[in-house]
Design a binder for this molecule. Structure first.
Ligand code: TRP
Length: 361
């Protein structure tokens, strides 16, 4: 256990469900930030989890879908610059301690509290689960608290939609510590600073990128696919002719530019504008066509995605190495989680066979 006078380790835990390839929304909303944090040198340990067990909570009948996306998500991580020498990448179900922690935490949460979790509410609606919610799905916020606390994570970099999960986790930590004594660590959330990165809309302007809506740009898309998608993006529906004044607020193309474009991109691809503000100003005034803006966005995105694509090609040709990274990462993660589970059992006084404890009071 941690001594009071030793500085607390700074630990990151985060992850993704392997239900599909990752898209540019994941990238600006979380992956990019993870790489930055990884390389900042500010953290002692970093764990990045492929949440297959969580993915099974609403894909119980399609384990092959979850299985098939594990390597894809691992490739997405590696191609974004997650470095296995600095970050431990692991598979959730290969750390069974997480399940046991979940089972103990379940007793510290009420059904009505989970029902109030806005993310769970929205997801139940999205999946038409209203009448028949799988118990496992319903409990996933609790299992997520297990994921976070098993590593004594102090920081969880995620998208904004995960905020209610972190709140719920914090409540579980407080409850556990007050009932059984100071054991678990309260996590903090790290959200991207750029507002546009919090929730990138789909290319059709819908609030969320989702595979089923077919409105995503994937990290693994080819340059041609990216071009086609960007050129077909929704813009301002009132901006019919080039001369018309346009709206940049709520306009997907400008939201993407907010998330991706930097001043260097203007110098390189569109030097007649100094920065995004100047471009927006012209669009609002009228006289700037959508095609020109989209072409620029396309250049910016290709510049951002090219190195990711290159690294993907490198790792795609080395599947055995990726396999070994996941295997070694999972073993390391399990060792850490097992240590936390020992602390938890000790705090709950259910460590019966440690030093003959069951024979003592
Ligand atoms: N819920 C996350 C997602 O939808 C995945 C996840 C599982 C996670 N456990 C976590 C994220 C713990 C952060 C911390 O992708």
């Amino acid at each position: 256990m941690q001594e009071n006078n030793t500085p607390k380790k700074r630990v990151i835990l985060t992850g993704d469900r392997p239900t599909g390839r990752l898209h540019v929304g994941h990238y600006v909303g979380s992956l990019k930030e993870r790489v930055r944090l990884q390389n900042s040198g500010e953290f002692d340990e970093i764990y990045i989890m492929i949440a297959d067990a969580q993915a099974l909570t609403d894909n119980a009948e399609h384990p092959e879908k979850v299985r098939g996306n594990i390597m894809q998500v691992a490739l997405d991580y590696l191609s974004c610059g997650i470095d296995p020498a600095k970050s431990c990448i692991f598979i959730q179900s290969m750390v069974p301690e997480l399940t046991e922690l979940t089972f103990y935490y379940m007793n510290l949460v009420t059904v009505s509290r989970v029902q109030r979790n806005p993310t769970v509410k929205a997801e139940i609606q999205m999946r038409n689960f209203e009448a028949s919610i799988p118990v496992g799905f319903f409990c996933y916020p609790i299992s997520q608290a297990a994921d976070i606390t098993a590593f004594h994570a102090t920081a969880v970099p995620v998208g904004e939609d995960q905020l209610p999960m972190l709140e719920q986790c914090t409540e579980i930590v407080r409850k556990f510590n007050s009932v059984y004594g100071e054991t678990l660590t309260e996590p903090g959330i790290i959200l991207p600073k750029n507002r546009a990165c919090l929730r990138l809309p789909g290319i059709d302007g819908k609030a969320k990128m989702s595979k089923s809506l077919g409105n995503c740009i994937y990290l693994s898309d080819t340059p041609e696919e990216v071009k086609t998608k960007v050129m077909s993006m929704f813009t301002d529906p009132t901006h019919l002719r080039r001369e018309d004044p346009g709206h940049t607020e709520g306009n997907p193309v400008f939201i993407y530019l907010d998330a991706f474009a930097r001043d260097e991109h203007f110098a390189e691809f569109l030097p007649e504008y100094e920065n995004l503000e100047a471009l927006k100003e012209h669009y609002r005034r009228g006289g700037l066509g959508d095609v020109k803006v989209k072409k620029f966005l396309c250049d910016v995105m290709q510049a951002e995605l090219a190195p990711i694509r290159e690294r993907r090609a490198y790792w795609e040709s080395r599947p055995e190495e990726v396999y070994e990274i996941l295997k070694a990462g999972s073993a390391r993660a399990e060792a850490t989680a097992a240590e936390t589970l020992r602390e938890v059992r000790r705090a709950m006084k259910i460590d019966y066979f440690e030093n003959g404890n069951l024979l003592k009071n």
